[in-house]
Structure formats: structure tokens, C-alpha cells
Design a binder for this molecule. Structure first.
Ligand code: IPE
Ligand code: IPE
Ligand code: MG
Ligand code: MG
Ligand code: MG
Length: 331
């Protein structure tokens, strides 16, 4: 078993995802028509994606800003049509904590920039060697490896510039928010997961090692996205703990589902190359526990995420709907 960093005790990893007997199967197939208040989920996603895209466009250097190559490459990957899940969750968490979406927007956009950087680097020939991402050729295929490395570096760096637009709240200082982002993106979380992912290629991994990879490479960024939304709303410590549990369980479920989709979907549907995990002998849930058990695990984790939201009122309805939607997603 790989060592667990000290920060695990700080927050997300400080609890166990509980096993719940109850099932959520009824909610899954209905996500397309799901509604909360008067808002349809499809419309909600679209309007939030637009809000985030507009903000990112404002926050990022223009395409022709010098040197144009790097800004073109950054924008090429950022505006390629990602789902914007992390920023959407950040905004929904702010809403769930009775905060204003506007206050969370810079933090949401910062998380999307870091996520996009991680994809650009993840696709490099020296990592997962992928040609296809977000429905188009990968950054390095278009701009070359050197510029793709730099575009990733620049997206990671600009994230902190964008986050600096956020305001502190009574309970949470800017330095706390920056610390939060740095830890999630750093060598004990996102990078730790990516390192373990690479080192596990072609090896037999235990379930604990697999979980370590997923909680770091994916769940950490998703947990921090919802925590930042909650912090921007000046939420109380109890609600922040609940949001953390939610993000962590949802984040793990998200990567389990990503693993499943790599096996079950086409590249066309995913907008990225399917079937790569088996070819690269990656440590994935389907490879380690099988497809059906992976589906059950994703349901169990989503259920745990839903349970974490029990202390919230109707303002957390978007978060609940998003969790169901993500379980049922096909790309
Ligand atoms: C892909 O994330 C990488 C994983 C952590 C599984 P997404 O599935 O959120 O990718 P985009 O942002 O929609 O392209
Ligand atoms: C993604 O894991 C994790 C990142 C932090 C980028 P994957 O390697 O499974 O993501 P995809 O399938 O290429 O999007
Ligand atoms: Mg990878
Ligand atoms: Mg990959
Ligand atoms: Mg994958």
C-alpha cells in the first residue's frame, strides 16, 4: 500500500465512505427530465457552461496576445468543449450553501484551468499518449510536445491569477483558499495520483492501491471544487465537512465511471479515445474488480455522496441532481 500523505488527515480522506444498503436505481434513468424548482437539468447545465465559458474567456489572455502560440494552445484545449463539471459543481456547492454563484465564479474557473492543464499533460506521448481529447486532436498533436507542455504550465499558473479575483469571507481567508487549491493540484494529490497511475501500468495492483490512484488523480480536484464553492459562501464547519464527504465520494465515483466508459463507450461518444486503458494495462476498476462490480461501486459511492447532503435543504437540489446525472452519464 502506498503511503498516505499527512494532508489526508486534514480533510477529504479523513472519513470512510459508508456502505448503505438503500439503492438509488430509480433516479438514474430519469436524469434527462430531472427538474429542481422550475429548472430542467439539461438547461441548467447549458446555462452554467455558458456562464463559465464567458468568464474563462474574459479571464484568459486573448488568442493574439504575445506570444500568440501559447495563448492559442491554451485556448485550443480550454475551449474544446469539456463538460465543465468541476466548475459547475463549485457553483452548485456555493448555491447549496446559500451563497452567490458570482462570488464562486473565479474559483470555479481556476479549477477548470487546472483540470484542463492536467488533461493536456495526461495526453502527452510520455504519459497516456492520446491523440484525441474533447472531440478534437490533442494539444501536442496540433502544437507539438514542447508547446503542449508549456500550455499546461501556463494553464496551471493562470489558475492562481484567476483565483486571486475571489474575495475572502468572514470564515475563510484568501490564503486558505490558495492553500486548498495548491494541495489539490500538488505532488501529494493530483500529481501523486498521476505518478501512481503511471507506475501501476502493466502491474497487478491491489484494491487499496487502485483507490489511492483514483482518490488522488481525480477525487481531490472534485472535492476541492465543491469545498471552494462552500468556502466562497462562508459556510459553517459542519456544512463544509458534509460538502467534503460529498465531493470525495462523488469524485471517486466519477473516476470509476470514467474507467467503465473507457470499456463500454466509443471514442466518438466520449470525444477521447476509448479502449486505451486495457491497451496500456492501466489500473482501473473494471480491470481490478470487473465491470459489474465497478458499476455497483459507482452506485454505492453516489449513494454515499447523496447521504452526505442530507443536512442541506432544497438549495442543494442541483448538487443532488448533478450526482445522479454523473452516475448515469454516457460520456
Ligand atoms: C476527464 O475528466 C479526466 C478524468 C478525471 C476522468 P472529464 O470527464 O471531466 O473531462 P472533460 O473536462 O469533460 O473533458
Ligand atoms: C485522468 O485519468 C486523470 C487526470 C488527472 C487527467 P485518465 O487518464 O483516465 O483520464 P482520461 O481517460 O485520459 O480522460
Ligand atoms: Mg491518465
Ligand atoms: Mg488519460
Ligand atoms: Mg480514463
Amino acid at each position: 500500500m502506498l503511503p498516505r500523505p499527512k494532508e489526508f488527515r486534514d480533510w477529504a480522506m479523513n472519513f470512510r465512505v459508508e456502505h448503505h444498503a438503500s439503492s438509488i436505481k430509480n433516479v438514474i434513468s430519469s436524469h434527462r427530465v430531472a427538474a429542481f424548482g422550475n429548472v430542467n437539468l439539461t438547461q441548467y447545465l447549458k446555462s452554467r457552461q455558458q456562464m463559465i465559458d464567458r468568464a474563462l474567456d474574459r479571464f484568459l489572455p486573448k488568442e493574439n496576445a504575445a506570444p500568440p502560440t501559447i495563448h492559442k494552445a491554451m485556448r485550443y484545449s480550454l475551449f474544446a468543449g469539456g463538460k465543465r463539471l468541476r466548475p459547475i459543481l463549485c457553483l452548485a456547492a456555493a448555491e447549496g450553501c446559500k451563497g452567490r454563484v458570482r462570488e464562486a465564479l473565479p474559483l470555479a474557473c481556476a479549477m477548470e484551468c487546472i483540470h484542463t492543464y492536467s488533461l493536456v499533460h495526461d495526453d502527452l506521448p510520455s504519459m497516456d499518449n492520446d491523440d484525441f481529447r474533447r472531440g478534437r486532436a490533442t494539444c501536442h498533436k496540433v502544437f507539438g510536445d514542447g508547446i503542449a507542455v508549456l500550455a499546461g504550465d501556463a494553464l496551471l499558473t493562470v489558475a492562481f491569477q484567476i483565483a486571486a479575483r475571489a474575495k475572502p469571507t468572514r470564515r475563510y481567508s484568501m490564503s486558505e483558499m490558495f492553500r486548498e487549491i495548491s494541495i489539490a493540484a500538488g505532488s501529494r494529490r493530483l500529481i501523486a495520483g498521476q505518478v501512481a497511475d503511471l507506475e501501476a501500468e502493466g502491474k497487478k495492483v491491489s484494491r487499496a492501491e487502485l483507490r489511492y490512484i483514483h482518490e488522488n488523480k481525480t477525487a481531490a480536484m472534485i472535492t476541492t471544487s465543491v469545498r471552494l464553492g462552500a468556502m466562497s459562501a462562508n459556510t459553517d464547519p459542519g456544512k463544509l465537512r458534509a460538502i467534503t464527504k460529498f465531493g470525495y465520494a462523488l469524485g471517486l465515483a466519477f473516476q470509476v465511471i470514467d474507467d467503465i466508459l473507457d470499456v463500454t463507450q466509443t471514442s466518438e461518444k466520449l470525444g477521447k479515445s476509448a479502449g486505451k486503458d486495457i491497451a496500456a494495462q492501466k489500473a482501473t476498476y473494471p480491470a481490478v474488480i470487473g465491470l459489474e462490480a465497478s458499476r455497483a461501486e459507482a452506485r454505492r459511492l453516489t449513494n454515499a455522496a447523496q447521504n452526505a447532503l442530507k443536512i442541506f435543504g432544497k438549495e442543494a437540489e442541483p448538487l443532488r441532481e448533478l450526482a445522479n446525472y454523473l452516475l448515469a452519464r454516457e460520456y
